[in-house]
Design a protein around this ligand. Structure first.
Ligand SMILES: NC(=O)C1=CN([C@@H]2O[C@H](COP(=O)(O)OP(=O)(O)OC[C@H]3O[C@@H](n4cnc5c(N)ncnc54)[C@H](O)[C@@H]3O)[C@@H](O)[C@H]2O)C=CC1
Ligand SMILES: [Mg+2]
Length: 352
């Protein structure tokens, strides 16, 4: 090993160690805030708040992108005061992360019902003017956010939605109480603890060796195709869900599958997307589309998919009345799954 290489390796090791150490410190800090209400309340003093209204995040526009502004506790108290709201409403906020310098990040919804305010929803247009931004539906804004804001706002929305929908104990019917961080709710009458939940969903890119199978639902934007997706049924393994979903939706039998990656997805109400590649038995490639689930499904060649990946919107109607074939945006795991398939095809076609 050359001297240069030795130094480079040691530097790399030192860098990795520093990264890991910051990550561990951050993780332990967040754990403490979830477990200790007093520590979490203290963290709000120096923390930053992302604001929502009826689950739509507050956003500002900057150069064709959306930015998610953050507010200090002081700014938030001033804002609530101005709109005649109790500062106790801040206790409805949920912890969504922290910076490397341990600035805790929270999310608060000013439009949902609160036990701390008489009138549930603060006046939206006036608040938007005051905050110099707009509350925009996450579905519309997600793909124009940077990766960090997209991930934070997705987590925040899923958590805020869960709290809004779990205000009462399903056994006693009594109101449940959120802990300061919002990592759980407890029923004071029977001590049942409720934890935020998300639904596991598999997303599978089926291939026959040279082509891949893409499908569309009628609710998709015109021209957009994606890999097959489906919720896990209770009691199923990921492998079983993939086999069932592929059989249910396109009438094919999966022969082998390989895990690719996962992603939290805020729609419809917080899912864990588990992405996999799958192959079908050779010669068994005839698609039978389940029209109750899908509008259409088809096999696509490597070149067709590679071209679609490069295509940029807006995807407007063509002269012949059809829409161009396009794929989900980069932020969606389906895009990454399809991209990996394209890259793998290129590698396998290269001479050894
Ligand atoms: N991030 C990504 O790249 C992608 C994400 N997705 C997400 O995957 C989700 C599932 O895909 P679909 O093909 O619609 O699933 P699906 O094929 O399981 O069909 C949806 C139906 O499943 C039933 N269902 C079972 N459990 C459910 C639950 N926990 N919540 C809601 N419905 C449930 C309902 O009847 C619903 O109409 C979609 O909601 C979509 O948001 C889909 C494609 C790409
Ligand atoms: Mg489906």
């Amino acid at each position: 090993m050359s001297l240069y290489c030795g130094i480079a390796c040691r530097r790399k090791f030192f860098w990795c160690y520093r990264l890991l150490s910051t990550y561990v410190t951050k993780t332990r800090y967040l754990f403490e805030l979830k477990e200790d209400d007093d520590a979490c309340k203290k963290a709000q003093q120096t923390g930053a708040f992302y604001l929502f209204h009826s689950l739509a995040p507050l956003l500002q526009t900057s150069a064709h992108q959306y930015l998610a502004p953050r507010h200090s506790l002081l700014e938030l108290e001033r804002l609530l005061g101005k709109f005649g709201q109790d500062a106790q409403r801040i206790e409805d906020s949920v912890l969504i992360g922290c910076s490397e310098q341990q600035e805790a990040w929270f999310a608060l919804d000013l439009g949902l019902d609160s036990s701390f305010s008489i009138s549930a929803s603060l006046h939206k247009p006036e608040m938007e003017t005051e905050l110099k931004g707009s509350f925009i539906e996450l579905r519309k804004a997600l793909f124009q956010l940077n990766a960090r804001d997209a991930s934070l706002l997705s987590t925040a929305q899923a958590l805020l939605r869960w709290h809004d929908a779990h205000q009462f104990c399903s056994r006693s019917g009594q109101p449940t109480k959120k802990n300061m961080a919002g990592s759980k709710r407890v029923c004071p009458s029977n001590n049942i603890i409720y934890y935020p939940q998300m639904a596991p969903v598999v997303i599978t890119l089926v291939s026959d060796g040279t082509r891949c199978l893409l499908a569309r639902q009628s609710s998709f934007p015109k021209g957009m195709y994606s890999a097959l997706a489906g919720f896990c049924d209770i009691g199923e393994s990921v492998e079983e869900t993939i086999r069932r979903e592929v059989a249910e939706e396109v009438g094919l039998e999966v022969e082998s599958l390989q895990y690719y990656a996962s992603q939290h997805w805020p729609f419809p109400s917080g899912s864990l997307m588990i992405a996999c590649h799958a192959t079908v038995k050779p010669g068994q490639t005839e698609i039978q589309v389940n029209l109750r689930e899908l509008e259409t499904a088809a096999w696509f060649s490597h070149d067709e998919v590679a071209t679609a990946l490069k295509r940029k919107g807006p995807y407007t109607q063509q002269q012949n009345g059809t829409f161009p074939f396009w794929l989900p945006p980069k932020l969606a795991i389906s895009h990454q799954l399809i991209k990996e398939w394209v890259e793998k095809q290129i590698c396998s076609s290269l001479p050894a």
